[in-house]
Design a protein around this ligand. Structure first.
Ligand code: MTE
Ligand code: MO
Length: 523
């Protein structure tokens, strides 16, 4: 008799209500997984593992599209997307579930097994790390079976007909959904807290600098408001990486292994670094994915040790031409040996703007190589340097179709006015930045086209040149007269005399080119 009622109830439940139950059950599955994962450690977090697996499996062009479209919000978008896909599948499964065909439960089990597989595919995972995902799956299925069993809708006081029964079930599902959400958020927060190296970081005092960076003259900043500051405040520094959760590496856990084509393999602990001269350098980092006019470029003062000094102890073979650096989370970059050993003083940086590296910028140590895009040089959370050859090894982005070499191209950007901005007639100051790291910027020219016409190239006023490895700020005074839409265009010339090319190139495979233009309205 019970069987019959249940069957009838389930068939009688509207599809949207059942879909709701599916979403609620999935929330419980994810929430319990997150909560149970706390004592296991970050490697047992199935949600992050799935996200990371998605990042790894995403084709290069799609990754590039995601970075240029979402920029630094790419990880948030991915996390929301993963949860949305789970919700949609769970909803569809539950909507189709019948007594004979438990589609919703099958979907949850399949998702759970995928989660387990993702966990096991990550570096450093143990068999036991699938326990949280299994526990989550069992709870998710149990909750779905319970919600759809009819036990809520069949309670004796359900006399008000289908509408009431549906509403009561929807409310129950909502409660379950909230519980799953709270469990998940709590679990994620506890995991983050447990793994966090923020205390380790706070306790770290930067080494006393042996070779200080030259002081930064105020003249690096030209007149005119709205320009970025020459040194980017750490909080505003762009961030790009493939790490869905920021790797947490404590100093006493950190090792840097140097091996491959060397006379003797060396492994440094963090304290071993004190033997080397501490160097401070101001270097502008740039991402290869920075579109023309984009903001994936920032400048900081870095404190660290010359990579050259660290490598010298190992004795580099003369036929090695690449250093393959690997991060704690498995990212790799291939950097020419020359760029790491010549006079540009590539750094193993431990400090940024006078503070320990922020975790998201590579704590406790990362590479900073003047003149090269980050994807071939700036490995964060770096733990391994292998001396090898470009004809033997490939790095993360090179495997996906990016160029094996990534020297930064001569480019410039307009920061003022803003695209589509309004400018009132009278005197105004426009400005922006220009960069050609390792060569340096010699000149910046600006062209302002009036409505229906074309202006002449005029030299911009340049902020003082700090070094060839840093960007240069520019500004230009202008009289706004004629009302209407104007176009402003900028181009830089580097110290080799090369003028920034007008030819548009995509960020793939080795960096965007083209002139940055902005349309503004004089009123
Ligand atoms: N471990 C790791 N290091 C990494 C990356 C990464 O994905 N993982 N991305 C690189 C890229 S593409 C860039 S542009 C720089 C960005 O450094 P930032 O986030 O400190 O600005 O880091 C580089 N180092
Ligand atoms: Mo990058």
């Amino acid at each position: 008799m019970r069987e019959l009622t249940t069957l009838a109830t389930m068939a009688g439940l509207p599809r949207p209500t059942r879909a709701w139950c599916g979403i609620a059950a999935a929330a419980v599955a994810v929430g319990v997984t997150e909560l149970v994962a706390v004592p296991f450690g970050p490697q047992a977090d199935a949600r992050t593992a799935v996200g990371s697996a998605v990042i790894d499996a995403t084709p290069g062009p799609v990754k590039e599209w995601a970075i240029t479209t979402f920029g630094m919000a790419d990880k948030l978008v991915l996390s929301v997307l993963v949860l949305a896909v789970i919700a949609v599948l769970a909803a569809a499964g539950a909507a189709l579930q019948t007594r004979k065909l438990p589609v919703g439960s099958v979907v949850i089990v399949a998702g759970g097994l995928l989660g387990c597989a993702a966990v096991l595919s990550r570096a450093g995972a143990h068999a036991a790390d699938v326990i949280p995902a299994l526990a989550g799956t069992v709870c998710g299925v149990a909750v779905l079976q319970f919600l759809l069993s009819g036990r809520i809708t069949d309670a004796p006081e359900t006399a008000g007909g289908d509408v009431d029964r549906g509403r009561r079930l929807s409310l129950a599902a909502l409660g379950v959904l909230a519980a799953g959400g709270v469990a998940g958020a709590t679990g994620a927060a506890l995991s983050r807290r447990a793994a966090s190296v923020s205390n380790d970081r706070t306790a770290f005092t930067l080494p006393r600098v042996d070779v200080a960076a030259p002081p930064i003259p105020p003249a690096v900043q030209p007149s005119g408001g709205g320009l970025p500051s020459f040194v980017t405040p750490t909080a505003d520094f762009y961030r790009i990486d493939t790490a869905l959760s920021v790797p947490q590496v404590a100093r006493d856990q950190w090792r840097l292994r140097i091996h491959g084509m060397v006379d003797r393999e060396i492994t440094y602990g963090f304290d071993d670094l004190e033997r080397f001269e501490a160097v401070e350098k101001v270097v502008t980092l740039t991402c290869v994915s920075n579109p023309v006019g984009g903001n994936l470029i920032s400048n900081a003062t870095w404190t660290g040790y010359r990579v050259r000094d660290l490598l010298a102890q190992a004795g580099i073979h003369s036929d090695a031409d690449m250093v393959l650096s690997t991060s704690h989370d498995g990212f790799t970059a291939g950097t020419p040996v020359e760029a790491l050993t010549d006079s540009r003083d590539a750094l193993l940086a431990v400090g940024m703007n006078g503070e320990p590296l922020p975790t998201e910028h590579g704590y406790p140590a990362r590479l900073v190589v003047p003149g090269l895009y980050g994807y071939v040089s700036a490995t964060k959370w770096v733990v391994d340097l292998e001396l090898t050859r470009f004809d033997r090894a490939q790095a993360y982005w090179t495997k996906l179709g990016w160029s094996e070499r990534g020297p930064i191209k001569t480019e410039s950007r307009i920061d003022v006015p803003r695209s589509g901005g309004e400018v009132t007639a009278g005197p105004v100051t426009f400005g922006g930045v220009a960069w050609a790291q390792n060569r340096g910027v010699r000149a910046v020219e600006v062209r302002i086209d009036p409505p229906g016409g074309q202006g002449d190239w005029q030299p911009a006023e340049l902020g003082a040149s700090y070094s060839n490895d840093t960007w240069r700020l520019w500004s230009i005074d202008w009289q706004a007269r004629e009302p209407g839409l104007h176009t402003i265009t900028v181009r830089a010339t580097d110290n080799t005399g090369t003028v920034q090319t007008p030819d548009r190139a995509d960020p793939v495979p080795d960096g965007a080119t083209g002139w940055h233009s902005i349309v503004f309205n004089v009123t």
